[in-house]
Design a protein around this ligand. Sequence first.
Ligand SMILES: Nc1nc2c(c(=O)[nH]1)N[C@H]1C(S)=C(S)[C@@H](COP(=O)(O)O)O[C@H]1N2
Ligand SMILES: [Mo]
Length: 362
Amino acid sequence: MPDTKRADMIVHEQEPYNAEPPRSALLDDLVTPVETFYSRNHGPVPQLDAGSWRLVVDGLVREPLSLSLDDLRTAFPERGVTATLQCAGARRADLLAVRDIPGEAPWGPGATSTARWSGVSLADVLARSGPATGAAHVGLEAPDRSPDLDQEVGYGGSIPLAKALSPEVLLAWAMNGQPLTPLHGAPVRVVVPGWIGARSVKWVQRVHVSAETSTNYYQDKAYRLLPVEADPTELVAGAGFALGPVALNCDLLSPPDGARVVAGTTTLRGYAYAGDDRSVVRVDVSTDGGRTWRQAALQQDDHGPWAWCHWRLDVALSAGRTEVVVRAWDSTGALQPRSPQDVWNPKGYVNNSWARAGLTVL
Ligand SMILES: Nc1nc2c(c(=O)[nH]1)N[C@H]1C(S)=C(S)[C@@H](COP(=O)(O)O)O[C@H]1N2
Ligand SMILES: [Mo]
């Protein structure tokens, strides 16, 4: 286990390291401590030397750049953003219960965490380089390679130029006020607030401006929502559609599914999150399997538009079995889909169905 993580992480894979914190740990604070923050890696963690690290900006630009960490620190204003990262595979465990998804880990709700990131805006760096006519997408490339893939290039993906030019997208070197750890992308990672975690490329070395989306495996073949009947063992470039902005989602973090609680007042707590330009406006809680609903209190503490919220509701429970159901609404009036059956897909992404937990009340 990397020494920066808490001892009770739920480890899906030791090498490469893939782990999420236990549910209750996410409730300690709206800003997740680095030792608690989930960790998602497709290959071995590269150990890059900050002194010799360079960021190349090239492609459809008027002036290609090669910037050191010192260049970034001195030539551009430092910016900070509190942003939630959520893996597109978060809550996949409930999709696996519907139908098997070979080769994909049973991530729970903990593949969602929030940090205070600091660095410079990608937009400021792109402004210096000057996107040329026809520029429409920004590729983000890293050196790490998955041992399962036979490919020359490392991890990567792209975001539309319009998102890349939004000030919240950072080239970040610090997380919660500390220099990034190697596990989280040192010396510099991209943070794309409101978009699936996969686009927040760690160990970034190249920003490639293009007319097209990236042809990297993780843009063109993985992190795509495939039609239900697609064969996930034969991934076809461009099949389905690429995931981008994070879907509206929520989960119950305490008490967990299967818990025994004492009759009387119990506090139900969890998180809710809506990506990109949407925000969570309401969280409904039912303690009778969805027949009746009450609204939870939302806590966001002015962390800004890119951070999740925590929710809580005191409920009176009497002895017996109770099915808790939780569902969130966003600022467009969208409601989460009802069940994992409705959202099942061959790679097991974006399970944003209602949260459900069975409690035994003693
Ligand atoms: N270079 C690189 N960047 C990466 C990844 C990776 O494997 N390699 N994983 C991505 C995925 S799928 C997610 S969800 C986030 C997770 O960030 P974290 O490990 O800091 O929590 O990083 C993204 N950036
Ligand atoms: Mo991810």
